[in-house]
Design a protein around this ligand. Structure first.
Ligand code: KIV
Length: 263
């Protein structure tokens, strides 16, 4: 079995030019499959709100909800690094509350790092959490928790600001940064300028790694997908076919047949 992924192994992968793989997961069975597939990072994303809870955006997700899901994911993983996503308003009220909430991911849910959204504006928080020994992954560009401020889920194109955000979160102690919804040439320049690994989502092929939302890339939800998502499987179709066949067979008296009966 391979050793569990750490911040050091991620740095080494960047240095060696090896691409980093990342996906989200929210529960034990799927996290087990992602871990067994050798995916380097599993993010228990607050995308949970949209793809599992059926909400319109990520804002309503609470600490207790995401901790519950993170604990399930952690129990399934022996290779992947588990990163807990800090929900909206869990790191904004004070540095003390941010440290307390970040600590809960490690103490109560078995994560080994946390992620939070924002660039220059959250560097104080990144610095303070990192100083306690908790690795922090930053997230810049399209930051879904600011959906109302951005006026929707929009690609971010302000190169100067994005570059400054990347450099500042690195300086504040982030071990990695997610680049979301950024034109490929800008993401490539940020990646070249940073020593920490960049993990892209809708940010082109030149990031150090890639992340997608599991339910999107496996076609678990039958929803319209953003342009940057490739559907690698259609689990929704397979499930709907299986469910229909079950209903048809029960109604026709075909299931259960002899082989499924106790004698
Ligand atoms: O919440 C999430 O799933 C994320 C990823 C899309 C990066 O933040």
């Amino acid at each position: 079995m391979q050793n569990r992924v750490t911040t050091s192994s991620l740095y080494k992968m960047k240095k060696d030019g090896k691409k980093i793989t990342a996906l989200t997961a929210y529960d034990y069975p799927f996290a087990g499959m992602v871990d067994a597939a050798g995916i380097d990072i599993i993010l228990v994303g607050d995308s949970l709100g949209m793809v599992v809870q059926g909400k319109e955006n990520t804002l309503p997700v609470t600490m207790n909800e995401i901790l519950y899901h993170t604990a399930m994911v952690s129990r399934a993983c022996s290779y992947s690094m588990v990163v807990g996503d800090m929900p909206f308003m869990s790191y904004h009220l004070s540095i003390e509350k941010a440290i307390h909430n970040a600590g809960r991911f490690l103490k109560e849910a078995g994560a080994s790092a946390v992620k939070l959204e924002g660039g220059a504006d959250v560097c104080d928080v990144i610095r303070a959490i990192s100083k306690t020994g908790i690795p922090v992954q930053a997230h810049i560009g399209l930051t879904p928790q600011s959906v109302h401020q951005m006026g929707g889920f929009k690609v971010q194109r302000d190169e100067e600001r994005l570059m400054a955000d990347g450099l500042k979160v690195q300086e504040a102690g982030a071990f990695s940064v997610v680049l979301e919804g950024i034109p490929s040439p800008i993401a490539a320049k940020i990646t070249q300028s940073l020593e920490i690994p960049t993990i892209g989502i809708g940010a082109g092929p030149d990031c150090d790694g890639q992340i997608l939302v599991l339910h999107d890339m496996l076609g678990i939800n039958n929803r319209t997908l953003p342009k940057f998502v490739k559907k690698f499987a259609d689990l929704s179709l397979a499930a709907r076919q299986g469910l229909k066949q079950y209903a048809d067979e029960v109604r026709a008296g075909v299931f259960p047949s002899k082989e499924y009966e106790y004698k």
